[in-house]
Design a protein around this ligand. Structure first.
Ligand SMILES: CC(=O)N[C@H]1[C@@H](OP(=O)(O)OP(=O)(O)OC[C@H]2O[C@@H](n3ccc(=O)[nH]c3=O)[C@H](O)[C@@H]2O)O[C@H](CO)[C@@H](O)[C@@H]1O
Ligand SMILES: C=C(OP(=O)(O)O)C(=O)O
Length: 428
């Protein structure tokens, strides 16, 4: 088991290239199950979530061939094998096997998903959608059993705006008989990306990216070539890093519109950001001002950027209130930042951050993916060395983070943990 060490203080300069979007990749791979001929996806990020999903596609009989960032998936020999345990529990997005396998085989058995622990993460809206399409859904010993004689289009109103439920219902509905309407759908760019892949496969989808998605079911879907969108959360993380510890940084392979709410907040703080079609050039101000943020569904401020942003707020002048309306308990990073001398208190669904504080390197734990990103940013700004355990979480979503940081001038490296450290980590 490894830990990540960050020696703070080095200014970050130069260009960093953003990888393909994790939250698209994890839906695009299962979507390939719905095709009857090979699907090629270009630009996939090299992260552990993608590796696990590729293994799961092989477990059900698919052939997955990798050529750098391009993956060819041949779904023709896939079977409706149950996946109740094992790798499905290692990530959140294994739930997309439910919609995709239901759409192709009219049945699926999938273990309840894992993913980041951010407080309760129910999947009732996914199940409501599958049932509306005609599936019988039961939960038996931690696995979801889905069976349908045939799937029929339906009108589905989501009680909660959910990225996962919107995509999962799209996956199940594209081969259902008749018309499906998803109302109160999520509008995240990853939903448009998945709809683009499905449309290239022959699906009939209108309205992806708005809150009403209309799907006309088709009998068969064919393979196609698809290029993934850039990861707006990775891009946002490096943009926050550029504001925190940069000395002129270019973030390359970005769709700036996907980051509007973050960029607006950074500008409000005093950060200078120039945009062109695919790049951001970020120059921090001398003394940044604190701001309040409230996470909301897209295009509001992304909950996945809330934790990295909190680290930046420890360095700004005044008090900033971070309110997470999507995951009210997404504040496990706060205790760790406090160990580094940050002044933060959590009240209800908000963290109140008073800055600026001189951060000190410390031994800290990444409790989840974006908590890990928050600690890396804090470590880059701190005096001395920060030792971060729980790097598996970080590797779920950030491709090659150490090399990207080293290229920017950061002093970061991995070290093997001692047996004592592993024991302490496992018991903490
Ligand atoms: C793999 C993936 O794409 N993960 C992202 C996805 O997660 P995920 O798709 O799991 O998140 P959702 O958009 O579904 O969740 C949004 C909110 O709805 C609630 N909810 C969701 C489904 C449901 O059936 N019932 C219900 O009550 C959740 O508890 C949460 O409060 O969107 C989240 C919110 O932008 C991001 O943090 C995750 O990075
Ligand atoms: C919460 C996240 O991921 P997941 O839904 O895959 O756990 C995230 O990407 O920040």
């Amino acid at each position: 088991m490894r830990k990540l060490l960050v020696k703070g203080g080095a200014p970050l300069r130069g260009e960093v290239r953003v990888s393909g979007a994790k939250n698209s990749a994890v839906a695009l791979l299962p979507a390939a199950i719905l095709a009857e001929s090979p699907v090629t996806i270009e630009g996939l990020p090299d992260i552990s979530d993608v590796g696990i999903l590729a293994d799961l596609l092989e477990e059900i009989g698919g052939t997955v061939a990798k050529e750098g960032r391009t993956v060819h998936i041949d779904p023709s020999n896939m079977v409706d094998m149950p996946l109740p345990n094992g790798k499905v529990k290692k990530l959140r997005a294994s739930y997309y096997f439910m919609g995709a396998m239901l759409g192709r085989f009219n049945k699926a058995v999938i273990g309840l998903p894992g993913g980041c622990h951010l407080g309760p993460r129910p999947i009732d809206q996914h199940i409501k959608g599958f049932e509306a399409l005609g599936a019988e859904v039961t939960n038996e010993q931690g696995a979801i059993y889905l069976r349908a004689k045939e799937l029929r289009g339906a009108r589905i109103y989501l009680d909660v705006v959910s990225v996962g439920a919107t995509i999962n219902i799209m996956l199940a509905a594209v081969r259902a008989k008749g018309k499906t309407v998803i109302e109160n759908a999520a509008k995240e760019p990853e939903i448009i990306d998945v709809a683009t892949l499905l449309t290239s496969m022959g699906a009939k989808i209108k309205g992806a990216g708005t809150d009403v998605i209309r799907i006309e079911g088709v009998q068969n879907l064919q393979g196609c070539l698809h290029t993934i969108i850039p990861d707006r959360i990775e891009a946002g993380t490096y943009t926050i890093m550029a504001a925190a510890q940069g000395d002129g940084m270019v973030i390359d392979n970005v769709i700036p519109q996907h980051l509007e709410s973050l960029l607006a907040k950074l500008r409000e703080m005093g950060v200078t950001i120039e945009e062109n079609d695919e790049q951001l050039y970020v120059r921090p101000g001398k003394q940044l001002r604190s701001v309040d943020i409230k996470t909301l569904v897209y295009p509001g401020f992304a909950t996945d950027l809330q934790q990295p942003f909190t680290s930046l707020l420890t360095q700004t002048q005044g008090t900033g209130v971070v309110t997470d309306t999507i995951y009210q308990a997404r504040f496990k990073h706060v205790d760790e930042l406090r160990r580094m001398n940050a002044s933060i208190k959590v009240e209800g669904g908000s963290a109140i951050v008073t800055g600026p504080s001189k951060l000190q390197g410390a031994k800290v734990k990444a409790t989840d993916l974006r908590a890990g990103a928050a600690l890396v940013i804090a470590g880059l700004m701190a005096d001395g060395i920060t030792e971060i355990t729980g790097v598996d979480h970080i590797e779920r979503g950030y491709e090659n983070i150490t090399n990207k940081l080293i290229d920017l001038g950061a002093d970061v490296w991995y070290e093997e943990m001692s047996e004592e450290e592993i024991e302490q980590f496992q018991n903490s």
